[in-house]
Design a protein around this ligand. Structure first.
Ligand SMILES: NC(=O)c1ccc[n+]([C@@H]2O[C@H](COP(=O)([O-])OP(=O)(O)OC[C@H]3O[C@@H](n4cnc5c(N)ncnc54)[C@H](OP(=O)(O)O)[C@@H]3O)[C@@H](O)[C@H]2O)c1
Length: 252
């Protein structure tokens, strides 16, 4: 039986590349995003390489929270069950707090936190019913501390989703009848549409395939928490976690 997985935000970047790599590993996939032309293209590309796979695509704006539940039900039925849900859709808009861009910060908060909560609720509803499943939450290394500039709200949302994931992990740990794993993935800099115009991070940026290979390996290992790629992000993560704020602020 192939692993059946839903990936949100699969129209570009890490989500699209996870779809390619998981399909190559034999996953059947339910892919969602707003840009369905991109999803259709990706579906064709994957099926050309792996004709035996089932690849379903579904338009979904994750900020339409009710539709998150409907899409999860539809895709789970279409795939014949659900083994993994990857909460990946995300947005990097933002500005320093108090500079008149509440609109941008709010949009990031609603997409990266409230809509991620909706996805976790929808996935966990299926997993609790089945008594089995793997919830994967894409956080960020920026979640490890408060960040300045355009990153303030983004980093807070990523800390928020990591805390939600840990809370769910703690919840299911005490329920031996449930065989549910929860993985929080903290990517460092991986090339995608979100950061294609970001120049100053070039040195630590890896290409999409390399970065996503590390993400897929951590997900397949069902790690509770993983900073990816491990080098240089595991040691950098330790510095970010423990260094004084005056040092951390210079990293961003
Ligand atoms: N790349 C990195 O270095 C990095 C580092 C840390 C964490 N991350 C996280 O990795 C995840 C993927 O980001 P990425 O780097 O691959 O960026 P990306 O190329 O910009 O992809 C973002 C994806 O999210 C989807 N999305 C955004 N808003 C949405 C909405 N309202 N409804 C549905 N889908 C929505 C987009 O699809 P549509 O626009 O078609 O809807 C797109 O597929 C994000 O959660 C990001 O925060 C990335």
């Amino acid at each position: 039986m192939p692993t059946r997985a839903i990936i949100t935000g699969a129209s570009s970047g890490l989500g699209a590349e996870m779809a390619r790599q998981f399909a190559a590993k034999g996953h059947d996939l339910g892919l969602t995003a707003r840009r369905t032309d991109r999803l259709e293209q990706l579906r064709e590309e994957i099926l050309a390489a792996h004709p035996d796979r089932t690849i379903l695509v579904r338009a979904l704006d994750v900020t339409d929270n009710d539709d998150v539940f409907t899409a999860t039900t539809e895709l789970t039925d279409g795939l014949g069950g659900l083994d993994r849900f990857i909460v990946n859709a995300g947005l990097g808009k933002g500005a320093p707090i108090g500079t008149g861009r509440f609109d941008a910060n709010r949009e990031t908060a609603m997409t990266n936190f409230v809509a991620a909560l909706a996805q976790m609720e929808a996935a966990m509803q299926v997993f609790r019913e089945q008594k089995t499943g793997h919830l994967v939450v894409i956080s960020s290394v920026s979640a490890l501390r408060g960040m300045r500039r355009a990153m303030t709200t983004y980093a807070a949302t990523k800390a928020g989703v990591a805390a939600l994931a840990e809370g769910i992990r703690s919840e299911v740990m005490g329920r031996p009848e449930l065989s549910i794993d929860v993985s929080t993935i903290y990517p460092g800099y991986i090339r995608s549409e979100m950061n294609e115009k970001v120049e100053q991070e070039q040195k630590m940026m890896v290409d999409t395939q390399t970065g996503v290979r590390a993400m897929v390996a951590a997900i397949e290992a069902r790690k509770a928490k993983a900073l990816v790629p491990p080098w240089p992000w595991v040691p950098i993560g330790e510095v970010i976690k423990h260094a004084p704020l005056s040092v951390v602020r210079r990293l961003t």
